[in-house]
Ligand binder design. Structure first.
Ligand SMILES: Nc1nc2c(ncn2[C@@H]2O[C@H](COP(=O)(O)OP(=O)(O)OP(=O)(O)O)[C@@H](O)[C@H]2O)c(=O)[nH]1
Ligand SMILES: [Mg+2]
Length: 436
């Protein structure tokens, strides 16, 4: 099809090896310069013949070319279609395909690393090794069936059991490995606190990727509790903004009281309280009182705000420091964007994120449904083998033991996609938001 639209240059011929051609394509309204990458199967991502067009990046020109290609019989790829074809042609196993999916959706360095480990075959190779070990055990069982106990060729029960226990240990280790890669029980919650107008929402907008909290010079602007994603040195945390709380009394039953209660609830559930105080404030005793009202259960980092308007970086009052709250502080200007890295470093230090990252295997970061699917497959294999070993110790026959081993292998086949059902595949690939 591309060949039919290709003008001003030689189009690659069927059977021709990999090639790059420059020429033009007739987009129906004109001729656009184009580069054609020709990748004949099976040396392509999907193992099919692939022609990749590189066109000028102008949206109207792209639209013309796209419409012309569709008119000539092409169609846009469905979600994840290229990767699904690569999987279905046997080019990659299901866990590597999931790695591509996770890589496309990775939102921080931690998630990218976990996805790359899958793409590199980290899980597929483990599963392959376990499957070989189980198949070898089953082959031994089946070969043994042909011999009487007294004959050479019959494998003693104790030897089979020892070999099976070694595979069970390897499965348990694979499960531990998978668990270390699972997302932690949830992202850490960093909750903003401080007096009304302290600059919490402005800071929220500066720190989060899509922060759109309403900001104004009027005290009491924020009423709802809102959440955003903040990436702290490669790890995502949830940043939470809510109503401020100062020394002013609030009438019970009013919307202000409701907003205050919601914000208090959010602070009580915080892993870290990010206490925002205007750097120009000089009322030390009121600052001490404010600190005393912060929840005691979570550590606290102080952000001196509006650094652009302050004469100097203040030091927290001694009473506050003596109480160990805040643990650390930083001065920022959310408007000028200064001090934000220092603040991130303080928060990630208090949350211990730096330490988790440098841990050799503290990777986490795999999308939950993937790590759950892998974990479930490994657990099912481990359970089947454990049931087999139990039966074996109770005197079960070789036949029965071999049936348990087959069940364990079947569970592994589900993980790397040898036998995964169409419904599960549809669900997995539908998560791709783009054709890749
Ligand atoms: N110059 C300067 N102004 C700031 C900065 N941060 C916030 N402001 C201003 O301070 C005012 C209050 O900011 P908000 O972010 O709405 O404060 P808040 O703590 O969320 O206030 P409430 O929601 O009412 O509790 C706004 O007029 C902001 O523009 C800053 O870094 N520099
Ligand atoms: Mg606000």
């Amino acid at each position: 099809m591309v060949r039919a639209l290709w003008v001003d240059g030689d189009a690659p011929r069927a059977g021709e090896p990999r090639a790059v051609r420059s020429g033009r394509i007739d987009d129906g309204r004109g001729r656009q310069p184009a580069l054609l990458l020709w990748m004949p199967g099976p040396r392509s991502y999907t193992r099919e013949d692939v022609a990749e067009l590189h066109l000028p990046g102008s949206p109207p020109l792209l639209r013309c070319a796209f419409e012309r290609l569709v008119a000539a019989g092409a169609r846009p790829a469905g979600p994840g279609e290229f990767t699904r074809r690569a999987f279905e042609s046997g080019r990659i196993d299901l866990t590597r395909a999931e790695g591509v999916l996770a890589l496309v959706g990775a939102r921080c360095a931690e998630e990218r690393r976990a996805a790359l480990a899958l793409v590199a075959g980290g899980l597929a190779e483990r599963v392959g090794g376990l499957r070989s070990a189980l198949e070898e055990l089953r082959a031994t069982c089946e070969a043994s069936l042909d011999f009487e106990e007294a004959e050479t060729g019959h494998v003693p029960r104790a030897d089979l059991e020892r070999a099976a226990r070694a595979v069970a240990e390897a499965l348990a280790e694979a499960l531990r490995w998978e668990r270390r890669r699972a997302p932690s029980s949830g992202e850490a919650r960093v909750v903003l606190a401080g007096a009304p107008n302290a600059g919490k929402s402005t800071l929220f907008n500066a720190l989060t990727e899509d922060g759109a909290a309403l900001v104004s010079g009027q005290a009491g602007t924020t009423r709802d509790v809102i959440e955003g994603s903040w990436t702290l040195g490669g790890t995502r945390v949830t940043l939470v903004d809510g109503a401020g709380e100062g020394s002013e009394e609030v009438t019970e039953g009013t919307v202000d009281a409701l907003a205050r209660d919601r914000a208090r609830g959010a602070r009580e559930a915080a892993d870290l309280v990010l206490w925002v105080v205007d750097a120009a404030r000089t009322d030390a005793s009121a600052i001490v009182a404010e600190a005393a009202g912060l929840p005691a259960a979570a550590p606290c980092v102080l952000a001196w705000s509006r650094l652009d308007e302050a004469c100097a970086t203040p030091r927290p009052p001694e009473e506050v420091l003596a109480a160990g709250r805040p643990a650390l502080w930083a001065a920022v200007s959310a408007v000028a964007g200064t001090g934000l890295d220092d603040l991130a470093a303080a928060c990630s230090g208090v949350l211990g994120l730096g330490a988790a990252q440098s841990g050799a295997l503290g990777l986490g970061g795999l999308p939950r449904e993937l790590s759950e699917r892998h974990g479930a497959g490994l657990r099912a294999a481990a359970d089947a083998l454990a049931a087999g070993l139990d039966a074996w110790s109770g005197g079960a026959t070789l036949d029965l033991f071999a049936a348990h081993l087959r069940e364990a292998t079947d569970a592994l086949d589900e993980i790397d996609g040898r036998t995964t059902s169409e419904a599960v595949l549809d669900r997995l690939f539908d998560r791709f938001c783009i054709g890749k």
